[in-house]
Design a protein around this ligand. Structure first.
Ligand SMILES: [Zn+2]
Length: 331
């Protein structure tokens, strides 16, 4: 990886000239730079799959705010369906990794049989890296499309504040969770909400969104993961597990806005300062191709809205004792 400050490259007629190079970099642009923008930093990278990429960092002062809408939605992220929204939509998990997993395993096996450092080893290594890159690109592309659609169609989006890192520790679910790209999904929703003038509310992860009946508020004791549909013992309402959860998440999010949420100073740790990357199309990757990635400059730490948590008042609004009280009751 090569980081270049403005002294180490020249920006001329929309072309990048590296210092001491007579010719401009043969860049295939992923998108056009907005007029008048001059990159401040350029990063040239070679990834393990042999792709070159150039990231340009620049200040973009354009206003992307969308027209305000009335629609609000609760989003439950899951494995069997990637997301379920409170308006009754379920989006399937594409499971790219599963599709390519067989291929990856074969190529990894073949790699392990090669003598380290040999030409064949290098070839096999590249093959493995390319499959990894393919999975990563497809995932990211899918997540981008999904989050953009959610942001476009809704004014307020409520999600659970998930601890993805802790969940991945559950080995049975680790691959499925990594594959679903939850952390990235929420990260994209965060900054896109900021760009497009939408509101993202993150509710407490301990809120019993799955176990609560969205009709009458009854909370069941247990709801194992394999139960996809259930009937409320109190009001006999029939629930789809994920859709019911998303309705509860929306309700909790709205309670947060009604009761005035506290703003939790969290999340800054996990947030990378890298801002957004736009990937070039993932198909037909050639070895020496220069992929352009355009980075938008923004001070993420300052501008990203902080997650909100369900306050005690909001918990009571929904008919629960707040978590700290629940805890003291147990003691
Ligand atoms: Zn019920």
């Amino acid at each position: 990886m090569l980081n270049l400050r403005s002294s180490a490259f020249t920006w001329k007629n929309g072309q990048v000239y590296l210092a001491k190079c007579a010719e401009a970099l043969p860049i295939r642009w992923s998108r056009q730079l907005p007029p008048g923008c001059v990159p401040s930093t350029i990063t040239v990278k070679l990834d393990p799959s042999g792709r070159w990429s150039v990231c340009l960092r620049f200040n973009d002062n354009r206003d992307f705010q969308l027209k305000p809408l009335k629609k609000r939605v609760g989003v439950d992220v899951g494995i069997s369906s990637l997301i379920a929204t409170s308006d009754g939509t379920k989006v399937n998990n594409p499971k790219y990794f599963n599709k390519l997993y067989k291929k990856l395993r074969l190529s990894q096996k073949s790699l392990s049989r090669k003598t380290k450092g040999s030409n064949n080893y290098q070839k096999a290594r590249l093959k493995v890296a390319r499959i990894h890159a393919k999975i990563k690109d497809s995932r990211l592309d899918y997540t981008h499309k999904l989050t953009t659609q959610l942001i476009r169609e809704n004014q307020t989006i409520v999600v659970e504040d998930l601890a993805v890192k802790n969940m991945v520790k559950n080995h049975k679910l680790a691959r499925a969770i990594s594959d679903a790209n939850w952390g990235e999904l929420v990260r994209q929703l965060e900054y896109k909400a900021e760009w497009y003038g939408r509101e993202l509310i993150k509710i407490d992860r301990y809120f019993p969104s799955s176990k609560r009946c969205s009709e009458c508020g009854y909370v069941v004791d247990k709801l194992p993961l394999d139960i996809r549909e259930w009937d409320c013992p109190e009001c006999a309402a029939h629930h789809d597990r994920d859709l019911n959860a998303s309705i509860n998440i929306l309700a909790a999010g709205l309670a947060v806005s009604v009761c005035g949420a506290t703003v939790r100073p969290e999340g800054s740790k996990s947030r990378r300062a890298g801002a957004m990357k736009q990937k070039a199309p993932s198909s037909d990757v050639k070895e020496s191709r220069a992929v352009t990635q355009v980075q938008r400059r923004e001070d993420v730490k300052q501008r990203t809205p902080r997650g909100r948590v369900v306050t005690s008042a909001a918990w009571r609004h929904l008919g629960f004792a707040p978590p700290d009280e629940q805890l003291s009751l147990k003691l």
